[in-house]
Design a protein around this ligand. Structure first.
Ligand code: GLU
Length: 300
């Protein structure tokens, strides 16, 4: 496994729809951060949650990236082709006693009424000491040790979470037989040697879980930088659900200029109308992660 390098960055979209102005921020910032240090930039298609993803959206995203002038290194990695690696990681965790089978249904967990701070249901640990008599395993969960996981985020500053208290033992292999995002992302980041993860602040809440998994699997923790998330006027994250429009592939300049402005890179007023290679040239020469606003969300 390659040692994590700050010089390898990645963009890891879930192909549940096409890219919009919000997802462009993560693509652009992760790319500029890696390339401005002379590093590699990889694209990973996070289609592990197969029922929510489509190959059309994945190919559409790659086409959008190309028409916006992004150039990635190597072939994109598809999570849907990676179940052997996820199985091996789960097996290692199982052999070390870090995971256990769980028979609980969603309803049973909801009925136990333990609410995590974000309003999600915290798993009460029903199956931690063994399956109740007569029940069969549905999912596999990580046995989360108590204690704060702290890290420094290059944009958001010092962060800490007690995963056990906040989410409890979380699922690594789902009842439908699919691997959970948390496991897939940790296995893939380690295998791809990712040294710096630049992504939206909506994923800050996942970071402690991922660091915990990295530690249990013996992987180094990459550097993290969580960008403000674009919201609509009502404070909702731009997404397919909030009907964000897909990026217009025929006019990359204005969207890139808006994204650079949003990231406080102070682009020249007329940058939107420059030829695409010149926009990229300017963006690479002037990129500074330290200018990115230290907020979790920002309205368009
Ligand atoms: N696939 C995730 C998303 O599109 C991003 C995961 C990550 O960057 O770690 O929200």
């Amino acid at each position: 496994m390659p040692a994590p390098s700050r010089r390898i960055g990645r963009f890891a979209p879930s192909p549940t729809g096409l890219l919009h102005a919000g997802s462009l921020l993560a693509a652009l910032a992760s790319c500029l951060e890696a390339r401005s240090q002379g590093g590699q930039w990889l694209v990973r298609i996070e289609d592990v949650d197969l029922p929510r993803c489509s190959p059309e959206a994945a190919h559409g995203i790659l086409r959008q990236l190309e028409s916006f002038g992004f150039e990635w290194d190597g072939e994109p990695l598809w999570q849907s082709h990676r179940s052997e690696a996820y199985t091996a990681a789960l097996e290692r965790l199982r052999a070390a006693g870090h995971v256990y089978p769980c028979a609980c249904t969603r309803r049973e967990i909801a009925d136990s009424a333990l609410l995590a701070p974000d309003g999600a249901h915290r798993y009460p640990g029903t199956c931690r000491t063994g399956l109740p008599p007569g029940r069969s395993p549905r999912a596999w969960r990580l046995r989360c040790p108590p204690g704060l996981i702290a890290w420094h985020d290059a944009v958001q500053g010092t962060q800490a979470e007690d995963v056990n208290a906040a989410v409890g033992d979380f699922v690594l292999l789902r009842a439908d037989g699919l691997f959970a995002y948390q496991l897939a992302v940790v296995v893939d980041d380690a295998e791809q040697g990712i040294g710096e993860i630049v992504r939206g602040a909506d994923l800050l809440d996942s970071t402690a879980r991922q660091i915990l998994l990295q530690r249990l699997l013996g992987h180094d923790t990459p550097r993290y930088a969580h960008l403000p998330v674009l919201t609509n006027a009502g404070g909702e994250k731009l997404s397919k659900q909030t009907r964000a429009l897909p990026l217009d592939e025929t006019a990359p300049g204005p969207a890139l200029a808006t994204a650079l402005d949003f990231l406080s890179q102070q682009p020249p007023d007329d940058l939107a109308h420059w030829p695409l290679p010149e926009i990229w040239h300017w963006a690479l020469a002037h990129w500074s992660l330290t200018r990115v606003p230290k907020v979790r969300q920002k309205a368009v």
